[in-house]
Design a protein around this ligand. Structure first.
Ligand code: HEC
Ligand code: HEC
Length: 444
C-alpha cells in the first residue's frame, strides 16, 4: 500500500514536470514570423529549452529511486529521527552539512534566511531539515510530501548530490548552486550508513553487515566506488579502500569516453549511473557486464535492466545537452601567478610532453592509456572493460582540487603529480620549471 501511494506521488510529480516542460516547448514553438534573425532566436530558444529541461533533470530528477533510498534503505526515516516518526537521532541541517550536503540559498525565502540568521530556525533540529527539503533546498536530495505538505513520505537522490556544490556565499555549505562541480565534501558512505536496513546491501556484496559498515566508513568525503556494485572488490590489492574521487561533470563536451577508465560515452554512463547506482527505474543493457569479472552484476542481472515505465531513457538527450553546456569554470585571476603560468604553458607543450596526451583545446586526447604509460598500477583500469585509463580533461582543475588528483586521489597536490611525471618520464625538469608547470595547471 505504502509503495503504491509512493509510486503515485512520484508519477504525479513526474507528470507535473512533464506538463510544465511541454508547455515550455509549445511556448517557444508558438513564436512568430520567420525573418532570419527571429528564426535564429527561435532556434536558440528551442535549444535553450532542451538544455533547461536537462538542468531540471540533473538537479531534481530521482528517476524513481525513492524505492531504493527510502523503500529499502529508509533514509527518509533516518532524516526524520525518532522524535518525528522515524528512527535514531534524525538529521539536523548541521549534521547534513557535516556529511557534505549543500543548501541552495536561492531556494530559501527571505523569512527562512532571516530565521536562520537570527537563530529562530534551529540548525540542530531535524525538523528544520524537513522544512529545507520541502523548499527543495537540499542540493541533490528530493523530499516527497503528502498532499497536505506536512509529512515527509520519501526521499530520493539526484545527479546534483554528487556533481554539484555551492559557492558558500551565504555560509559554509550554503550558497548558489555550482552545477558540474564535484562535491568533494559529500560523504556518501556516511549517508548510506544511516540505514537501519543494511543487510540487503551486505548480502548483495557477500559481506557481513559489520564489514559493510566498515567499508562505508572508509570511502570518506568526495569519493564513491561505482564499480564495487559490479565486481564486489571493496579493497585494492594493497589493502587500502577502493573508491574513486567524484569527477567533474563540466568540460565534457568533445570528450568521447567518460569515467576514469572510459566505460562509454556520456549517455551510456548517465544511464548506467541512473539505473545501477542511484537505483532509478529505467532500461539499461550492456552485455559486457554479463562476465564472471562482474559477479555482482551477473547475479543481479545488471547487464539487462527493464522497467515499465522507463523513467530514464527519454531523459538522456536533455541530460547530455545540459552537461555539454557546462563549460569548465575559470579560476579566479588572483589564484595563480600569471607570469609563471605563461612560462609553465611552454613547458607543458614542449619539454614536459604533457600535451602529447592532454592535447589542446580540451587538454585531453580521447585516447585510453595503459597503466605503464602513466606509471601507476592497473587495478582500477582492469575493473573496466577497457583495461585502460582515460586522459582526464584538465579544465577547471581548481574546482576539483579537494581530495587529491588521479582517479583515487593518490597524489595530494599538483606538485606531487608533476614530480610523478618527472620521475616516470625522466623529464629532468628543474625546480623552477616544475613550479611554473604547477602555476599553469592552476590557471586551467
Ligand atoms: C553517489 C555519487 C554520484 C551520483 C549520485 C552520480 N554520480 Fe556521476 N560519478 C560519480 C563517480 C564516483 C564517478 C567516477 C566513476 C569512475 O570512473 O570510477 C562519476 C562519473 C560520472 C561521469 C563521468 C565524468 C568524466 O570525467 O568522464 C559523468 C558524466 C557522470 N558521473 C554523470 C552523472 C549523472 C548524469 C548522474 C545522475 C544521473 C550522476 N553522475 C550521478 C558519482 C556520482
Ligand atoms: C601518456 C599520456 C599522458 C601524459 C604524457 C600526461 N598525462 Fe596527465 N593524465 C593522463 C591520464 C590517463 C590521467 C588519468 C589518471 C588517473 O585518473 O588515474 C591523467 C591525469 C592527470 C592529472 C589529474 C587530473 C585530475 O583531475 O585528477 C593531472 C593534473 C595531469 N594528468 C597533468 C599532467 C601533466 C602536468 C603532464 C606533463 C608533465 C601530464 N599530465 C602528462 C595521461 C597523461
Amino acid at each position: 500500500m505504502r509503495y503504491e501511494k509512493q509510486t503515485l506521488v512520484i508519477i504525479s510529480l513526474i507528470s507535473i514536470i512533464a506538463i510544465s516542460q511541454c508547455t515550455k516547448i509549445e511556448g517557444t514553438d508558438n513564436d512568430v514570423k520567420d525573418t532570419s534573425l527571429e528564426m535564429q532566436t527561435k532556434m536558440n530558444d528551442g535549444k535553450q529549452s532542451v538544455i533547461e529541461q536537462g538542468k531540471q533533470i540533473f538537479r531534481f530528477d530521482t528517476f524513481g529511486d525513492e524505492d531504493f533510498w527510502s523503500g529499502l534503505l529508509h533514509i527518509d526515516k533516518a532524516i526524520l529521527g525518532e522524535a518525528n516518526g522515524g528512527y535514531g537521532a534524525g538529521v539536523s541541517p548541521n549534521t547534513a552539512l557535516a556529511v557534505g550536503l549543500k543548501v541552495d540559498a536561492e531556494a530559501l525565502p527571505p523569512e527562512v534566511v532571516a530565521g536562520i540568521t537570527s537563530g529562530a530556525i534551529s540548525l540542530d533540529d531535524p525538523k528544520s531539515t524537513i522544512a529545507l527539503l520541502k523548499l527543495n533546498a537540499v542540493v541533490g536530495v528530493r523530499g516527497n510530501f503528502d498532499p497536505g505538505g506536512t509529512t515527509l513520505q520519501s526521499i530520493g537522490i539526484t545527479c546534483a548530490s554528487c556533481h554539484s556544490t555551492v559557492d558558500n556565499s551565504f555560509a559554509e555549505g550554503v550558497g548558489k548552486r555550482l552545477d558540474g562541480w564535484p562535491n568533494r565534501d559529500l560523504n556518501v558512505g556516511a549517508i548510506v550508513s544511516l540505514t537501519d536496513n543494511a543487510l540487503p546491501i551486505a548480502n548483495m556484496l557477500h559481506v557481513s553487515e559489520p564489514d559493510l559498515r566498515n567499508i562505508l566508513s572508509l570511502w570518506g568525503p568526495g569519493k564513491y566506488p561505482a564499480i564495487l556494485f559490479m565486481d564486489g572488490q571493496a579493497f585494492r590489492p594493497d589493502g587500502k579502500i577502493a573508491a574513486n574521487l567524484i569527477p567533474a561533470a563540466f568540460g565534457l563536451k568533445g570528450i568521447d569516453l567518460t569515467t576514469y577508465t572510459g566505460w562509454g560515452d556520456i549517455s551510456y554512463w548517465n544511464s548506467f549511473v541512473a539505473n545501477l547506482e542511484m537505483h532509478g527505474k529505467g532500461n539499461f543493457s550492456d552485455p559486457r557486464l554479463n562476465d564472471p569479472k562482474y559477479p555482482i552484476a551477473v547475479e543481479n542481472q545488471f547487464y539487462n535492466v527493464v522497467n515499465n515505465p522507463d523513467l530514464i531513457t527519454s531523459k538522456l538527450p536533455a541530460l547530455r545537452a545540459y552537461q555539454h553546456s557546462l563549460d569548465a569554470p575559470k579560476p579566479p585571476a588572483n589564484s595563480f601567478n600569471q607570469a609563471a603560468a605563461g612560462k609553465g604553458k611552454a613547458i607543458f607543450l614542449t619539454k614536459a610532453k604533457c600535451a602529447s596526451c592532454h592535447a589542446l583545446p580540451l587538454y585531453a586526447d580521447n585516447i585510453l592509456h595503459t597503466s605503464t604509460e602513466i606509471g601507476i598500477d592497473d587495478f582500477d583500469a582492469q575493473r573496466s572493460p577497457t583495461g585502460k585509463y582515460r586522459t582526464t580533461p584538465l579544465g577547471g582543475l581548481f574546482a576539483k582540487s579537494k581530495g587529491g588528483y588521479y582517479h583515487d586521489g593518490r597524489f595530494s597536490s599538483l606538485a606531487d603529480v608533476v614530480n610523478h611525471y618527472n620521475d616516470h618520464m625522466s623529464l629532468q625538469l628543474t625546480t623552477t620549471e616544475k613550479q611554473n608547470l604547477v602555476e599553469f595547471l592552476k590557471s586551467l
